[in-house]
Design a protein around this ligand. Structure first.
Ligand code: ATP
Ligand SMILES: O=c1ccn([C@@H]2O[C@H](COP(=O)(O)O)[C@@H](O)[C@H]2O)c(=O)[nH]1
Length: 238
């Protein structure tokens, strides 16, 4: 059997990735495939916390661009991540995973509130814990929530599963000449303003000595390869 390098991980899943090639929302085939990738890692005995983004439904900055109050728009963005968390939990159920959703905003008729001790107990029981509503605070992102929850649950690494296959010298979607790093230090990622992740998330992980691996969620088997310590995407280290 393949031996995982990590016992407990925090997986940051791109909200936008859930759209697949659709213009908006959640594509059932794509979310099912992503859950298959997660199951392959859970079957190795790895404890998995997940933070899900909301970019497939709503981003606060998009609301602000149309004149909305930023905090109001950000709360809408956080609610979008709760919808994604619920969809992900159900898609996990369909592939045979046992998942629990905890929300940083209290909507108790819908999902449990975030309680750190309970989340850790679920992980120890082999359940996947999906953290919705980001940090629960406006002016942050789900990348920062991943750094925060990863630190709180004692994850050994944050895995950012996104639409690109690593961190590049510039945004590869805008600059075709950009080249990918195999690894990069936190200080270099921050000083070069590499926008694949926000600086708050990088800084928190750096301070907590929590490495990050950025990889493509669309590459079959990539998540399992990262978890087994193989070179995949870009490693951000202290
Ligand atoms: N230097 C860079 N290297 C790699 N990607 C970059 C870089 N700079 C910007 N990007 C962009 O960052 C994006 C990933 O971050 P982003 O926060 O937009 O998405 P996400 O976290 O995957 O999605 P969501 O916000 O929906 O959860 C990539 O799709 C890429 O286009
Ligand atoms: O802690 C947080 C996390 C998120 N938000 C808002 O939600 C959206 C969606 O999250 P993404 O990280 O962009 O996927 C984000 O644009 C913010 O508006 C937040 O306010 N606080």
């Amino acid at each position: 059997m393949t031996t995982p390098k990590y016992k407990r991980i925090l997986l940051k899943l791109s909200g936008e990735a859930l759209m697949g090639s659709d213009a908006y929302g959640i594509n059932p085939k794509v979310i099912g495939e992503i859950c298959g990738e997660i199951k392959a890692v859970a079957d190795l005995g790895v404890e998995i916390g997940v933070v899900i983004g909301g970019g497939n439904i709503f981003r606060g900055m998009a609301g602000t661009a149309t004149g909305m109050d930023r905090a109001t728009a950000d709360y809408m963005g956080m609610l979008a991540t709760v919808m994604n968390a619920m969809a992900l939990s159900d898609a996990m159920r369909q592939v045979g995973l046992n998942a629990r959703v905890q929300s940083a905003l209290n909507i108790e008729q819908v999902v449990e509130p975030y309680i750190r001790g309970k989340a850790i107990r679920y992980l120890e029981e082999g359940k996947v814990v999906i953290f919705g509503a980001g940090t629960g605070n406006p002016f942050f992102t789900t990348d920062t929530a991943a750094a925060l929850r990863g630190s709180e649950i004692g994850a050994e690494i944050v895995l950012k599963a996104t639409k690109v296959d690593g961190i590049y010298t510039a945004d590869p979607k805008k600059d075709a000449s950009a080249t990918r790093y195999d690894k990069i230090s936190f200080n270099d990622a921050i000083s070069q303003n590499l926008a694949v992740m926000d600086a708050t998330a990088f800084a928190l992980c750096r301070d907590q000595k929590l490495p990050i691996n950025v990889f493509s969620i669309f590459k079959a088997g990539a998540l399992k390869r990262v978890v087994c310590g193989e070179d995949e995407g870009t490693l951000v280290y202290c």
